[in-house]
Design a protein around this ligand. Structure first.
Ligand code: ADP
Ligand code: MG
Length: 454
């Protein structure tokens, strides 16, 4: 059985740069495979976290296809090595480019300003909170925690705060990073630290000063990415405390409420809720129309009220998809030379909804399943284990996999940060049950047909 692991690893190795292969893949040792369980050994926990994020999902997917079953993974990490093991010199050479790696502090997106943000009923509070924090950073609402589903404008507001503070305090240092960059930066600093001469400044010191001492404002996007990354959470805890104590403004965005963040330590969850929490909701029809009109204006695209209304009526899931639809209209109109009237728009929309997987967002599936079983969306995504919730959740995961083709970790993330192995076993379980249970088959096909009619 162990060979199976080797084969799966080899099949992804081709797509991995040799340096990464030697540094990250090879040191992972497979101790045992049996009965849907795999036991792996990683040299240290940083290595484990990195491997889990970057390689494990595709290896597991590959294994699943080879073995026709899914596997749950367990790691063994030697206790006595809290610090990374020394990397051999030959491997170290190839890390040269990594040593100087930093997230770009000047990473504010020029498109994401308050001026370009359309305010509607569901994002009004988040917008007002962001404005308030931008006009008096560090003083009152610290941290500001913006949360909501994908494509609803969280990143936009985060950057808008950055731009506004920069306008008022041009000499302040504004650090904007995604949580993923923070994690990467931290893990790399940990790993590389070992390779420095003792006399040179430690990379960990550099890292700490970058986040804890130098910023006047720290903007971190998609904080849910901290889930299950224990060592990074520990580091972030200290970063948070240092900045908070110094009354430096912290703004965080997230796809859920602090208390709903599984795999995030309680002491962090509670700190996230110290300041102000604001939800960014789904835009209503009126706001969707306003957003379309605003975007069209910026792109100098002729968009009648009638067409804007047609698009906003069909595309309901989020702002990013609205932008996508607008882009399609404009691209197809310039290719075909047709003007963007209602008839043309209807044709394009028809295509968009039926031909692309966009018609099936994980979000839409969750809503449909929650409505069908009459349970709260919040419970469907949350950790409750009650049978009445657990079964619909598995069905929703199954449908998400089938209809959106999203990866297991991605689906897990949208169900309250569940582990990809949980998703894999849910999908498998429903697949098995479908083969035996005609009732379940009819439930699932009803759900699918509702979704197709949306
Ligand atoms: P999130 O971070 O919540 O996933 P983004 O901030 O990336 O979403 O928003 C997705 C896209 O939609 C971006 O291009 C953003 O500019 C746009 N957008 C979102 N909300 C609004 C809004 N209220 N007004 C104008 N554009 C918006
Ligand atoms: Mg975002």
């Amino acid at each position: 059985m162990i060979e199976l692991w080797g084969e799966a690893v080899r099949s992804i190795e081709e797509r991995v740069k040799p340096a990464n292969r030697d540094q990250w893949l090879r040191p992972i040792e497979c101790l045992a495979i049996s009965d849907g369980h795999i036991r792996l050994r990683a040299p240290n926990r940083y290595h484990k976290e990195w491997f889990e994020d970057n390689f494990l999902p595709s290896i597991l997917e590959n294994l699943r296809i080879r073995a026709q079953r899914s596997f749950a993974v367990e790691f063994e990490v030697p206790e006595e090595s809290p610090m990374p093991a020394k990397t051999p010199d030959a491997v170290g050479e190839s890390l040269g480019d990594v040593a100087a790696w930093r997230p770009t502090p000047a990473g504010l997106d020029s498109r994401y300003t308050f001026e370009s943000f359309v305010v509607g009923a569901r994002n009004q509070f988040g917008h007002a909170a962001a404005r308030m924090v931008a006009s008096s950073p560090g003083s009152k609402y610290n941290p500001l925690f913006l949360y909501g589903g994908v494509g609803l404008g969280k990143t936009h507001l985060l950057h808008a705060i950055g731009h506004e503070i920069h306008r008022q305090h041009p000499d302040w240092k504004i650090t904007v990073v995604t949580c993923e960059q923070f994690v990467t930066h931290f893990i790399r600093s940990m790993m590389m630290n070992q390779r420095r001469q003792p006399s040179s400044v430690s990379l960990m010191e550099e890292f700490r000063s970058f986040y804890r001492e130098t910023p006047d404002v720290l903007l971190i996007d998609d904080i849910q990415f901290l889930a299950n990354k224990d060592s990074t959470q520990d580091e972030f805890f200290h970063t948070f405390n240092a900045l908070h104590l110094a009354q430096k403004q912290i703004v965080l965005t997230c796809d859920k409420l602090p208390a709903e963040l599984p795999g995030v330590e309680e002491r962090l969850q509670s700190r996230f809720a110290w300041g102000l929490i604001a939800e960014i909701g789904h835009p209503d029809l009126e706001t969707r129309v306003a957003i379309l009109k605003r975007k069209a204006e910026r792109e100098k695209m002729a968009l009648s009220d009638e067409v804007a209304l047609a698009v906003a009526t069909v595309i309901r899931s989020n702002v990013r998809e609205l932008e996508g639809a607008l882009l399609q209209l404009s691209a197809r109109s310039s290719i075909t030379g047709r003007s963007i009237d209602k008839k043309f728009a209807d044709e394009v929309l028809q295509d968009l909804v039926s031909a692309t997987p966009q018609g099936f967002s994980i979000e839409a599936i969750q809503r449909e399943v929650a409505t069908y079983f009459d349970i709260k969306l919040h419970d469907l995504r949350g950790p409750k284990r009650l049978q009445s919730v657990a079964r619909p959740r598995m069905i929703a995961m199954y449908l998400a996999r089938k209809l959106t083709g999203s990866s297991f970790p991605e689906i897990g993330g949208r169900f309250g940060g569940k582990d990809h192995s949980t998703v894999i076993s849910a999908v498998k379980k429903i697949e098995n049950l479908l083969a035996q249970d005609p009732n379940l088959r009819s439930v699932v096909s009803t759900l699918e047909s509702h979704l197709r009619q949306r």
